[in-house]
Design a binder for this molecule. Structure first.
Ligand SMILES: Nc1ncnc2c1ncn2[C@@H]1O[C@H](COP(=O)(O)OP(=O)(O)OP(=O)(O)O)[C@@H](O)[C@H]1O
Ligand SMILES: [Mg+2]
Length: 284
């Protein structure tokens, strides 16, 4: 059971190593990296490549750890008990009917091994990761309402992603295998683009990549464009049938590229880039 990358996803050697290391250690793989560097997609692709169903848990600022385990729907039970006829009363009596299983419960009790994605764990409050320590470690938890211990039949393959908005507690980190997805170098980026746009014209790709890395390397940028933004931009360039020459001025100097809104996402960055273009023109 080894992950080798897939047709839709370019995985570097160290990323494949990390996925397989986490699987060997039977620990969650904690993936960090800039937005749009393929963290979420990694879990989807590994699950697909290994033929496992993927259970996804997308974390928000209001998400509580308990919701991943189960929730007791007391309101429905009360309503049912008030409205129920005699034939329904058996249903109301059985508390199991009002336990809403969370993703961890589903993952633990699935018949086949599954992959589990806990996406953007840093969005939740600081207690969230601490509240899941035991579940992740021992792969079990106790349901007080039904008085049962829910234990994993098969250990799920767990992926946890973070955008680094909050630090994660040390005790939590100890239980994970960590991998940082570095921003792809030009060669890897070419492979990623190839996966998405197999027939792209070479000149357009070269010109677009040059502009893209020029923008990315601009010092002082508030939000650097990432892989997914390059892909968006290329899609637009193809759709609008823009030629490679249009990305650079006649004298091969930097120019503000068409449809720059796909790459730069705030006005300060756009004006910074325009200033650079202006200065280049006047310092020749
Ligand atoms: N290695 C890669 N191979 C193929 N496509 C990629 C790769 N990395 C990123 N992409 C493209 O970038 C898009 C964004 O990826 P994804 O949503 O996984 O990013 P993310 O790291 O989870 O971002 P965020 O932190 O914003 O959630 C994907 O839909 C895919 O098209
Ligand atoms: Mg994501």
């Amino acid at each position: 059971m080894k992950f080798q990358g897939s047709n839709n996803y370019v995985a570097t050697q160290d990323l494949m190593l990390a996925v397989n290391a986490a699987a060997t250690l039977k620990r969650p793989l904690l993936v960090k990296g800039e937005p749009g560097t393929g963290k979420t997609m990694l879990a989807e692709e590994v699950a697909a490549a290994l033929g496992m169903p993927l259970l996804q848990w997308h974390i928000k600022s209001t998400t509580k750890a308990q919701q991943g385990l189960y929730e007791y729907d007391a309101v429905s039970r009360l309503r049912d008990s008030q409205l129920a006829g005699i034939e329904d009363s058996a249903r109301v009596k059985d508390i199991h009917n009002y336990i809403v299983k969370g993703v961890l419960w589903q993952a633990f009790t699935a018949d086949e091994p599954v992959a589990l994605l806990i996406d953007e764990i840093d969005k939740a409050d600081i207690e969230f990761p601490n509240d899941l320590l035991r579940e992740i470690d021992r792969m079990e938890f106790y349901c007080y309402e039904t008085r049962e211990l829910v234990k994993a039949k098969n250990r799920p393959l767990v992926f946890i992603t973070s955008n680094n908005e909050k630090e994660l507690p040390d005790a939590f980190l100890r239980r994970c295998f960590f991998h940082y997805i570095k921003f792809p170098d030009a060669t890897t980026m070419q492979q990623i683009v190839d996966v998405h746009f197999p027939g792209l014209k070479k000149e357009l790709l070269a010109a677009a990549m040059k502009t893209f890395y020029e923008i990315r390397n601009l010092p002082g940028l508030k939000k650097k464009p990432s892989t997914s933004e390059l892909l968006d931009w290329l899609k637009l360039l193809v759709a609008e049938d823009i030629s490679a020459e249009a990305l650079h001025s006649q004298d091969n100097m930097v120019a503000v590229p068409p449809l720059v809104g796909a790459l730069l996402k705030n006005e300060q960055d756009v004006s910074l880039f325009e200033k650079l273009v202006f200065m280049q023109r006047h310092h020749r």
